[in-house]
Design a protein around this ligand. Structure first.
Ligand code: GUN
Length: 308
């Protein structure tokens, strides 16, 4: 399958196909690690409680981990789990040499402080890239053995952007949303690519005008179809991180992004669809991060999985 298709105006950036390719490259890298180094990367995912969306994600992560030839360790803890019990589980996984990556699925129940749990994860196993050490390494541009593990969703967005645009240097990038999971690391990644970055958010004055400056517009606000077609500069590349389920009438629902797709696609140069855009990239990047973490744990240089 081609990784791009042309719609009425904009090129549709096919994240689903790109993610499939990335998972293939991860699988090949895993084969080499097993054959040449006797190393099988292992990813542990911890799910606390019964949140239906989280259960779907965790199942999907486990399945794709195994499909890539890696070991998957799933730990399901009850909704009533105490913070101390979860910290004890994290400590056990930190100490386990077969576990190279640890992901504690968010959100966590109210009795548990997510920041405390994230801080307890060994930064070298923090395949979510949420630990302050990894956030700091990203911000300071650390490289080599000190390079950060980068949060999966913004890493996936960056891969799609570089694949589509090539060199991003000098481009105006506007990121709408300032979460620790997407908006902030996305801004840092684009800055490292020498973009001129604006991080916009709910208090930004005249958000449509700010968005219209963007050569690269990344929407990560979690508000269905908030970004309209007339907020998009003609020819811009639009990356839609939103996954929102809305009422489609007749008792049905459908998924939409943070961008009003049809309007924006009529103006943009390229755009990611929802579903099939950024979404599939997140787990593919999680697998890539797990390979990176496993290699570093063994003193090996991680493979370049970027080349798409
Ligand atoms: N919940 C929704 N997205 C994520 C993610 O990327 N990582 C974790 N740990 N939890 C999530």
């Amino acid at each position: 399958m081609s990784d791009t298709a042309v719609s009425a105006a904009a090129t549709v950036i096919n994240g689903k196909a790109f993610a499939q390719g990335l998972r293939g490259r991860v699988g090949s890298a895993v084969e080499v690690l097993k054959r040449d180094h006797g190393l099988t990367p292992g990813l542990a995912v911890v799910l606390v409680g019964e949140d239906p969306a989280s259960q779907v994600y965790v199942r999907s992560k486990g399945k794709q981990t195994v499909e890539a030839g890696m070991n998957s360790y799933e730990h399901r803890l009850p909704e009533t789990t105490s913070q101390d019990a979860l910290l004890a589980k994290v400590a056990e996984l930190n100490a386990d040499p077969a576990v190279h990556g640890i992901l504690v699925q968010l959100p966590l129940p109210a009795q548990i402080d997510a920041q405390t749990v994230i801080a307890a994860i060994d930064p070298n196993k923090d395949v979510d890239g949420f630990h302050v050490i990894n956030a700091g390494r990203l911000m300071t541009g650390a490289t080599g053995a000190a390079a950060p593990l980068v949060p999966c969703t913004p890493l996936g967005c960056l891969m799609l952007l570089k694949h589509h645009l090539g060199n991003l240097s000098g481009l105006d990038a506007v990121v709408v949303g300032r979460s620790n999971i997407v908006g902030k690391p996305m801004g840092q990644l684009l800055l490292a690519e020498s973009c001129t970055v604006t991080t916009a958010h709910s208090r930004t004055r005249d958000l449509p005008a700010v968005c219209r400056r963007a050569d690269i517009l990344v929407a990560a606000v979690g508000r269905p179809e908030m970004i309209r077609g007339d907020w998009v500069k003609p020819g811009a590349t639009v990356i839609d991180v939103g996954i929102n389920r809305i009422d489609a009438g007749g008792g049905k629902t459908r998924l939409v992004g943070d961008v009003a797709y049809d309007e924006a696609a009529a103006v943009a140069g390229a755009i990611t669809p929802v579903p099939g855009g950024v979404g599939p990239m997140t787990i593919a990047c999680l697998l890539a991060n797990t390979v990176t973490a496993a290699c570093r744990a063994q003193g090996l240089t991680p493979p370049d999985l970027n080349a798409g």
